[in-house]
Design a protein around this ligand. Structure first.
Ligand code: IVH
Length: 666
């Protein structure tokens, strides 16, 4: 048989067996036979690289880790769902639909709401072109290299010979099964690595890897449930879409079923609530979607969620346990939070050891005492809460908790602002506050110093190496290497991470300062308003802050309070003058490359990839890691790979380094 034919035949066979194994859970050949086919394909492909197809099962894991995540725009926004918290709200949804559509009966498709990570897979002519996270709903991160490693995702759609869709955005949820999650955490412990708090975090962490070999080693699964744009194919309704996705080889949840009216909805809700703990994966509710597409169209969408669907939330999971003690936790803003330390108890597969008691009023209102048996609740990812005390079980020797008048860490007197329920430690130098402030300043959404975890920060503050957030820039390798449990290699990596963190944006820096009520969103508004000018920000006024659209009076007041402290102001100035290099993250004034999409392949001599990407972003352009019809330019350097070939096929403009530099210099 001719080589090309044999390779194609092997690909088809292996893909078929993968589908049987990973999607249908029904392997029809032994592992040994499968390995033999795979080996034969590998050998042939290595010998005849001209017949190496992107959809070959040998090509799931790319050869090199990527250096940075590109972005991918969703052609149809990835919306979220509005919630119904109980039966009444589900019935109200159904009544609204009937009223809006002026009909008496509605057919829905009922689905489990999977507790994973929403992703998008784009197939062009049946081939997986790229995949991304949901991101902000409009633009997601390009995680093609990682999604390709999920064996149940077909690299080439099945059964599309007669009617291949030209282009289709398929949406689904990536998750890790409960059993696989336990195994993964055990493995992490064995490897001395950090464990994951829950299956969702494990799935998210696995998809956000630069190195696809790590993702490939994680037991990720997917169920597909919606589509965005589709070209060259028409679906009759949602049920027929799901059937077609299944036919094309994509995993579709077997618990999906049609239901009618609110009775059908509520029955399904009850059924899933009953079986949720017995399912192999976590679900946090149900989703009800109108089956009929023209009805969906008539109803339309709100800004963030469609009117034709609703998520039915489950009641929070509960358990009873004993309050062994109550301790005060000091946060970065000095807030003293009482935390109940509980006898460990499992709630929906997660061991709960602590529950927040919020504040003194809450303890008094619920009359929670040490020794009490309490009912605790865990809703999704939220920190567990003590719902109520089972007073019948109160032991005679239960102890009332007395809120401390001094901070348990630094002994400074505590204070409570009028209209606030929270007691605070007012000592800005309180070591615990400092530790948490540094942790916040270096966290992912702020300066993102990789490898600087809670333990190391605590040690560094305790040793007196860190007395303010900016002291992290004064650390050196020797100081770090001397810390318990930190070898010289890790110390070196950490110094490098600190060095890299110095190039940041105004908004990340402001967010990292930890001003009360100033989250990521407000920090971005400030960045935009002050055009990245720190001096202007330091000298702002209450009136100016309140004039910013989206900034309310409380936020403005907190910001002014923060800035009224002279030493804080000095600290910010020092940080900017001596350590940081702030890039602008405003909408570029220069729209020279407005929305032009660049892809890179091969190496560049003058600029690093990251630098080139930043320049393109600053000029209003975008970058991606994959070539598609939407790509405007491919910048190809020596060692250019398959992207060059694909760009030629798709007639994308190809630039060498010189041309590229000319464009950006212009
Ligand atoms: S449909 C416009 N179906 O829930 C429709 N979403 O809160 C939006 N999710 O971002 C998605 N299971 O990540 C849909 N069966 C399901 C789902 C589901 C889980 C997630 C998804 C989405 C979020 C919306």
């Amino acid at each position: 048989m001719n080589i090309k034919k044999r390779i194609e035949q092997l690909i088809e066979k292996i893909n078929e067996h993968n589908h049987q194994y990973y999607v249908l859970n029904n392997p029809i050949i032994s592992d040994g036979e499968f390995d033999r086919l795979f080996k034969e394909l590998e050998i042939l492909e290595n010998k005849y690289p001209e017949h190496k197809y992107s959809f070959s099962p040998t090509q799931r894991v790319g050869s090199k880790p990527i250096t940075d995540f590109g972005t991918i725009e969703h052609q149809t926004p990835m919306l979220s769902l509005s919630n119904a918290m109980n039966k009444d709200e589900l019935s109200a949804f159904h009544s609204q639909i009937k009223k809006r559509l002026q009909i008496d009966s509605v057919n829905y498709i009922a689905e489990p709401k999977l507790d994973g990570l929403g992703v998008e897979l784009v197939y062009s002519d049946g081939l997986l072109l790229h995949g991304s996270t949901r991101g902000d709903g409009f633009v997601g991160e390009d995680i093609t290299h990682n999604l390709r490693t999920i064996q149940s995702i077909p690299l080439k759609l099945r059964n599309i010979e007669k009617t291949p869709p030209l282009l289709i955005e398929i949406r689904g949820e990536v998750f890790i099964e409960k059993n696989d999650f336990i195994k993964l955490n055990k493995y992490q412990i064995k490897q001395g690595k950090q464990t994951f708090a829950n299956p969702r975090n494990a799935a998210a962490g696995s998809l956000r890897q630069l190195d696809p070999t790590i993702t490939a080693s994680r037991p990720l699964s997917i169920f597909c449930y919606e589509i965005g744009i589709v070209k060259g194919y028409v679906f009759k309704n949602h049920l027929s879409l799901l059937k077609t996705l299944k036919l094309w080889g994509l995993p579709v949840n077997p618990l999906i079923q049609p239901v009618t009216e609110d009775l059908g909805i509520i029955e399904y809700q009850k059924k899933l609530e009953k079986i949720r703990n017995h399912l192999p994966y976590e679900i946090d509710g149900t989703v009800f979607k109108i089956n009929n597409y023209s009805q969906r169209k008539l109803l339309g969408t709100r800004s963030r969620s469609p009117r034709w669907a609703i998520a039915g939330k489950f009641k929070a999971q509960q358990a009873t346990t004993i309050v062994q003690t109550i301790k005060i936790q000091v946060g970065r803003t000095g807030a003293l939070t009482p935390v109940a330390h509980l006898k460990p108890v499992t709630v929906s597969g997660v061991t709960v050891r602590k529950a927040t008691l919020h504040n003194q009023d809450e303890i008094e209102r619920k009359d929670i005492r040490i020794g009490d048996t309490v009912l605790i609740e865990r809703a999704g990812d939220v920190i567990p809460k003590v719902q109520k005390v089972i007073t019948e079980k109160r032991p005679k020797n239960s102890i009332r908790f007395t809120f401390p008048e001094q901070c348990p860490v630094c002994n400074q007197d505590t204070y409570k602002a009028t209209n606030e329920a929270i007691w605070r430690c007012g000592n800005i130098k309180c070591p615990k506050q400092l530790k948490r402030r540094i942790q916040h300043f270096t966290s992912k959404l702020a300066l993102n110093v990789e490898g600087l975890g809670e333990k190391i920060i605590d040690l560094l503050v305790d040793k007196g190496y860190l007395k303010s957030i900016t002291d992290i820039f004064l650390l050196n390798k020797n100081k770090l290497a001397a810390l318990e449990g930190l070898g010289s290699k890790s110390a070196e990596n950490l110094i490098q991470a600190i060095e890299q963190s110095k190039t940041t944006t105004f908004s990340k820096f402001i967010y990292g300062l930890g001003i009360r009520n100033v989250g990521e969103y407000i920090a971005k508004l400030y960045a935009k308003h002050f055009s990245g000018n720190v001096d202007k920000f330091l000298n702002t006024s209450l009136t100016e802050l309140e004039s910013i659209n989206g900034v309310g009076p409380i936020v403005a007041k907190e910001t002014m309070y923060f800035l009224s402290n002279k030493s804080t102001k000095q600290l910010i100035k020092n940080c900017i003058d001596k350590h940081l290099l702030l890039k602008t993250n405003n909408k570029p004034k220069e729209e020279f490359l407005s929305n032009k999409i660049f892809v890179f392949t091969g190496s560049l001599n003058t600029l690093k990839r990251n630098q080139s990407k930043e320049i393109i972003n600053d000029l209003g352009g975008k970058t991606s890691n994959t070539i598609s019809k939407k790509t405007d330019y491919l910048v190809a350097g020596p060692g250019a790979g398959s992207k060059l070939k694909k760009a030629q096929e798709l007639k994308v403009t190809i630039l060498n380094e010189k041309d590229f530099l000319k464009i950006i210099k212009k």
